[in-house]
Design a protein around this ligand. Structure first.
Ligand SMILES: [Fe+2]
Ligand SMILES: [Fe+2]
Length: 283
């Protein structure tokens, strides 16, 4: 039976959450989607996640939240990683790091799936080897399910493509996140793994990777630190839709999703100051 999974790229701040909430329900119904996986590392003010936001994502139909280099930005999220099986942090962090690098859950129809989160090593802080970490995760997952989805959160496309080939035939999909720019290289690899280098950002495109463009330009032209507020205009939901065989776990198609969200006239406007007060240079 065909199993359809929507993987959504980095959701940035309240505008990103609002866009997803505005479009997800209809998209799930129209595309008969069985599972929704989102990258939530930028959901809270552009960096990190909170328990409340995690619950909001669950309430609008998200099944699993993956994270990335910003996974521990919000202190209040730490207990979430220990208690909640539907949020994971990169598997190649040290063993003692809060949370888990993969999860096995059942979707709304009782179908068991596994999701693994990994972090790249190029232009990011040092972490353990993602290849060895994913081998260990797959060993533990064993034959509990054939439907396995990997979020490779990495800067370099080479890191992601190499991991795609490394996992070809062993997982259902390898989808990249972190750059906030959707790539046009979605394809099926030779052994049936769906692949895309980056799912793209879900959030405001009238900015720089989801942040206020004037603030970023000011920083880049002066070299002086500033607040990188979350941007507010031109909202898009980006990701990919993967169809796979439920019993073999092999993918049969992958399609990019890039949908603009226009809040209805008269709808409550979101607070564009969502990211204010967070002085940080990393996006
Ligand atoms: Fe990231
Ligand atoms: Fe991100």
């Amino acid at each position: 039976m065909a199993f359809r999974t929507l993987m959504i790229g980095d959701i940035v701040g309240k505008p990103g959450r609002m866009a997803l909430e505005g479009l997800l329900k209809d998209l799930v119904a129209a595309e008969s989607i069985d599972l929704v996986i989102v990258n939530g590392e930028n959901t809270a003010g552009g960096s990190g996640i909170t328990p409340q936001i995690f619950q909001q994502l669950r309430a609008i139909g998200v099944d699993v939240v993956t994270m990335g280099d910003h996974c521990y930005r919000k202190r209040e999220s730490l207990p979430l990683y220990e208690t909640e099986p539907r949020i994971i942090r990169p598997a190649n962090l040290p063993d003692v790091a809060a949370g888990h690098g993969y999860t096995i859950i059942e979707n709304k129809n009782g179908v068991r799936v596994a999701v693994i989160n990994l972090l790249g090593r190029t232009f990011l802080k040092p972490v353990d080897c993602p290849f060895r970490a994913v081998d260990a995760a797959l060993e533990e997952i064993g034959d509990k399910t054939k439907l396995i989805f990997v979020d490779m959160h990495a800067e370099a496309t080479s890191d992601k493509i190499a991991l795609g080939w490394y996992l070809d035939g062993r997982v259902t999909a390898v989808a990249g996140t972190h750059t906030h720019i959707q790539t046009a290289d979605e394809r099926l690899l030779h052994q049936g793994t769906a692949y895309i280098s980056d799912l793209g950002m879900t959030g405001p495109y009238d900015g720089v990777l989801g942040r206020d463009k004037f603030r970023v330009i000011k920083f880049l032209t002066t070299g002086m630190p500033t607040f990188f507020d979350v941007a507010s205009g031109d909202l898009h939901v980006c990701g990919a839709l993967i169809t796979a065989d439920e019993t073999t776990g092999r993918a049969s198609s992958i399609r990019r999703i890039n949908m603009q969200y226009k809040p209805e006239a008269g709808a409550a406007s979101y607070d564009a100051s969502d990211g204010k007060g967070e002085a940080q240079e990393e996006i």
